[in-house]
Design a protein around this ligand. Structure first.
Ligand code: 5HY
Length: 248
């Protein structure tokens, strides 16, 4: 089984971090292929970054389809391009936000999300409603650390995130924490030990969700909303991304 884990931003160190997390939980016989677009934002911290990252993400999905990839993880907490990716993928495509939120809902009646910047809170809020977990999500919080500052030792990121998690457990009535950034994946186990509650990382949750779906021989439905895109020409720099007529 081959699972492609795509970091939609273009920071290689974050792709490596995500790849290590994915490999740490992947089951026997599962090959993790980590990738990032060649072009696009170095980090995704808002609607514009997300939109600009989506083309590169979909190019990585297209490459995966040509290589026979069995399933995909979108390793960015906004789950950018998720529905478009599901149109072109035969296998399952799971975003880390959806995976983490649904996982948390099995473990506690209420969870809080702790993400990076305040300006991305709205993106997570939209996903809470899209995924139907509003009754479980007590609050989406930000610790106001930029995505690329997470691995800067001088940013005091761990202590800041830990404090925000502690506040969430007290003020929100939450009993679990969802980490709202792929870049937090390596902090999950330490935070869970320090907090004494389940802390859910979307990268590892999504990898195991894809693995489970593939083992169940389940892929994305090609009937209805996630049917292949209609064949048509695309012009200019995107002409190579035009939906083709696929052999049945
Ligand atoms: C992520 N941005 O997981 C999101 C998280 C965020 O570049 N990778 C990014 O902070 O919005």
């Amino acid at each position: 089984m081959k699972i492609k884990v795509i970091n939609p931003n273009t920071t290689a160190s974050m792709t490596q971090l995500v790849a290590m997390a994915a490999q740490s939980v992947a089951g026997t016989g599962v090959l993790i292929q980590a990738a990032q677009p060649a072009d696009g934002p170095v980090s995704i911290e808002g609607f514009y970054d997300e939109a600009m990252a989506t083309v590169g993400l979909l190019e990585e999905i297209r490459k995966g389809e040509a290589e026979g990839v069995d399933g995909y993880v979108i390793a960015c907490f906004g789950d950018p391009g998720l529905d478009a990716a599901r149109e072109i993928a035969k296998g399952p495509v799971v975003g880390i936000a959806e995976a983490a939120m649904r996982t948390a809902s099995y473990l506690a009646t209420g969870f809080s999300v702790v993400t990076t910047l305040t300006r991305t809170v709205i993106i997570a809020e939209h996903l809470v409603d899209k995924y139907g977990v509003r009754s479980h999500c007590r609050k989406v919080r930000a610790c106001d650390i930029a995505v690329l500052e997470l691995d800067n030792p001088l940013s005091n990121a761990y202590a800041t995130i830990l404090d925000e998690c502690k506040t969430a457990l007290i003020q929100d009535g939450s009993a679990a924490i969802v980490l709202g950034c792929a870049g937090m994946t390596d902090l999950c186990n330490r935070l869970s030990e320090d907090l004494g509650v389940p802390v859910i990382d979307g990268v590892t949750s999504a990898v195991l969700m894809v693995e489970s779906l593939v083992r169940l021989r389940l892929g994305t439905s090609k009937k209805g909303d996630y049917a292949l895109p209609l064949p048509k020409p695309y012009t200019g720099k995107l002409c190579h991304l035009a939906p083709q007529v696929k052999p049945s």
